[in-house]
Design a protein around this ligand. Structure first.
Ligand code: ATP
Length: 289
């Protein structure tokens, strides 16, 4: 099954163009949507989830016309929004059971089986009687995935799921997503480069409503290979460098500022060429004029 997004555009009433002629074909597996805050990722996710209409364009999932057959889409969609909203003082077991009823799983025995299996899969079974409002960030995200998987979705959308998780929880969450990605289309929207590097077969970088780059993480890295240069500078000099070259990132290391510059040729004395990483791809793409 393929998710096909064709010529999708959206301008908000205040004149902001959040999506500018987006075209994507997405198949089974983990698909990374990488972009800075405000790039338009959430707008695109909400549009794919049929929660908001674009001004123009079309979206199909298999033979479902997403923008016209919203009810059909919702039956086969799992969505973990950026902000799940409030967390009631209800046990995870009861809340998930409630969501299962809403999803139309009416047979009580079948529902119990599904709910228990999802709590097991997301490693929450032991904590199922605790209130979701008392869960840690990582547990909440895993609960979010459990509710998203109700009804065996063919398409799962997760919007910035690992922001604020500690490394162990992030790792756990990654493993859970990879497992799901073996069966269905998973779209992971994030501004965390490592999430995409570790998990996604295909990726795009989005900025200002536009798809700037598309491919596998390896292809993306190959596209900037031999063009990333590093230099340690005095931190007061950074603005001079910014004016004269495409400084894509700067990090403080041992009290010195290390800058990475994107350039076809050696940008000046003291620079050394370094092997490119996905972070260099990301920053060179979003700092492009
Ligand atoms: N309802 C709205 N009305 C007007 N502008 C909006 C609305 N929703 C989003 N925007 C603007 O559209 C742009 C894209 O927002 P969107 O939330 O899709 O970006 P994003 O990539 O998901 O960023 P973030 O990670 O901050 O959520 C932003 O400039 C945002 O301020």
């Amino acid at each position: 099954m393929q998710l096909i997004i064709s010529n999708v555009s959206k301008t908000y009433p205040n004149g902001l163009k959040a999506l500018n002629d987006i075209n994507l074909n997405i198949g089974k597996g983990m698909f990374g949507l990488l972009g800075p805050n405000g790039a338009g990722k959430s707008t695109l996710m909400r549009t794919i989830a049929a929660l908001q209409d674009p001004d123009s364009g079309s979206i199909t999932l298999g033979n479902i016309d997403v923008l016209k057959e919203k009810t059909e889409l919702r039956k086969t969609l799992g969505y973990l929004p950026q902000d799940f909203g409030f967390y009631p003082k209800v046990s995870a077991l009861n809340l998930l059971n409630h969501f299962a009823v809403l999803k139309g799983i009416t047979n009580k025995g079948e529902r119990k089986e599904i709910v228990d299996a999802l709590l097991q899969q997301t490693n929450l079974f032991e904590a199922r009687k605790r209130s979701v409002s008392e869960y840690s960030g990582g547990m909440r995200q895993r609960f979010g995935i459990a509710q998203a998987l109700l009804g065996n979705p063919k398409l799962v959308i997760v919007d910035e799921p690992t922001a604020g998780l500690d490394p162990m929880e992030r790792n756990r969450f990654h493993n859970l997503l990879s497992e799901i990605g073996e069966q269905v289309i998973v779209i992971l929207s994030t501004h965390i480069v490592d999430d995409v590097k570790n998990l996604c077969k295909q990726m795009v970088v989005m900025n200002k409503g536009t798809i700037m780059l598309q491919g596998t993480p390896d292809e993306a890295v190959a596209s900037v290979q031999h063009k990333i240069w590093r230099k340690d500078i005095d931190k007061n000099e950074v603005n001079d460098y910014r004016q004269n070259m495409q400084v894509i990132s700067s990090h403080m290391v041992d009290g010195k500022l290390t800058i990475h510059v994107y350039a076809d040729n050696n940008p000046g004395s003291g620079f050394e060429q370094i092997p490119a990483g996905l972070e260099d791809v990301y920053f060179s793409t979003i700092t492009k004029n």
